[in-house]
Design a protein around this ligand. Structure first.
Ligand SMILES: NC(=O)c1ccc[n+]([C@@H]2O[C@H](COP(=O)([O-])OP(=O)(O)OC[C@H]3O[C@@H](n4cnc5c(N)ncnc54)[C@H](O)[C@@H]3O)[C@@H](O)[C@H]2O)c1
Length: 305
């Protein structure tokens, strides 16, 4: 199994699940994976480098594409790079997969393909999906397109919404949100999303577009109240209500004839517990010298006054 973008947030969780299931995993990414397991191989390189792509795809049974620009703000600020890395990179992988006779091409798409929000990020995902479907139609290359919802969990960086909310709540006691308090999201833990990803390798999911999102819809206003309760403090939230943020309000769906099948992963990480874990990690990153012992935060002797 070859995973492009396997050093990133979601890709690394998928690599873990593939390895745990006994698959041989090769990660291809611009940067070496900080989470590479001893039983995984790493190939540092660019998805736009034809030689790297050929080499990486040649021995692969299945190819996963999690590489590229994954942030809406970044995609809107860099449309040419977004087209180059997300769209052209995807087509280069498809071409290599076709030539190598790969058994399945698995692509990380997004719920944003359904709507009008999401700016150039959505444009790139829609273009990718059309290329993938056409490679299947013209060349018989089997695929599975996964349209992920709002993910959170370990290894996410500050571009991730829940990660940023927790960080701002811990450090400033205030959260700034681009939208309105009524915005609705179905957050899904990266571990659950990665587990669901493994289940689509079965034959029944060949040439299918699958939605992977959470099953606990929540208004962001309630999410912020939950974070405040967990921290035991009143948070002040600044809602920017920006109509140009590129994000949706209630639903990512606009009426479009092509519909995917929704695969709700069995929830192993409850949203509240998952956010608590994000808080613990963020707190550890902010205060590396404090250690948790028996549920208490201990100050090591050498930092006592
Ligand atoms: N995180 C989410 O909530 C979410 C939701 C829906 C879909 N997705 C999709 O899942 C995929 C992974 O997202 P993520 O959140 O893990 O992002 P990420 O930024 O953590 O990971 C992307 C990885 O791609 C690599 N990369 C970038 N350009 C590359 C290039 N030219 N060649 C090789 N590697 C390159 C980066 O180094 C990085 O490791 C993306 O396609 C994203 O659109 C993510």
């Amino acid at each position: 199994m070859t995973v492009f973008g396997g050093s990133g947030f979601l890709g690394s969780h998928v690599c873990d699940k593939l390895s745990e299931a006994g698959h041989r995993v090769t990660v291809v990414d611009l940067r070496p994976s900080p989470w590479l397991r001893p039983d995984q191989a790493m190939l540092a390189g660019d998805i736009l480098d034809e030689n790297i792509v050929r080499e990486a795809v040649e021995q692969a049974d299945m190819v996963f594409n999690y590489a590229g620009i994954a942030d809406i703000g970044e995609a809107n600020a860099r449309p040419v790079d977004t087209a180059r890395v997300n769209v052209l990179g995807n087509v280069m992988l498809l071409e290599a997969c076709r030539k190598a006779g790969v058994r399945r091409y698995v692509f990380a798409s997004s719920l944003y393909v359904y709507g009008r929000s999401g700016g150039f990020y959505r444009c790139s995902k829609q273009a990718c999906e059309i290329f993938i479907e056409n490679y299947q139609a013209m060349h018989g290359l089997p695929y599975t397109i996964l349209r992920y919802g709002s993910l959170y969990g370990p290894r996410a960086d500050s571009r991730n919404a829940i990660h940023r909310f927790v960080h701002e709540a811990l450090t400033r006691g205030t959260i700034t949100y681009y939208g309105a308090p009524t915005a609705l999201r179905e957050y899904v833990h990266a571990d659950d999303a990665a587990a669901a990803t493994l289940s689509v390798l079965d034959g029944e999911f060949e040439n299918r577009n699958i939605v992977i999102s959470g099953n606990q819809p929540m208004r962001v206003g309630d999410l912020f109240r939950m974070i405040g309760e967990m921290l035991g403090r009143e948070l002040s939230v600044k809602y920017l209500e920006d109509p140009n943020s590129g994000h949706y309000q209630i639903t990512p769906y606009s009426f479009m004839p092509k519909i995917g099948r929704k695969l709700t992963p069995p929830l192993s990480v409850d949203l509240g517990q998952g956010i608590l874990r994000v808080m613990e990690e963020e707190h550890k990153a902010l205060h590396p010298r404090l250690q948790a012992e028996g549920g208490y935060l201990m100050q090591p002797d050498d930092c006592r006054p």
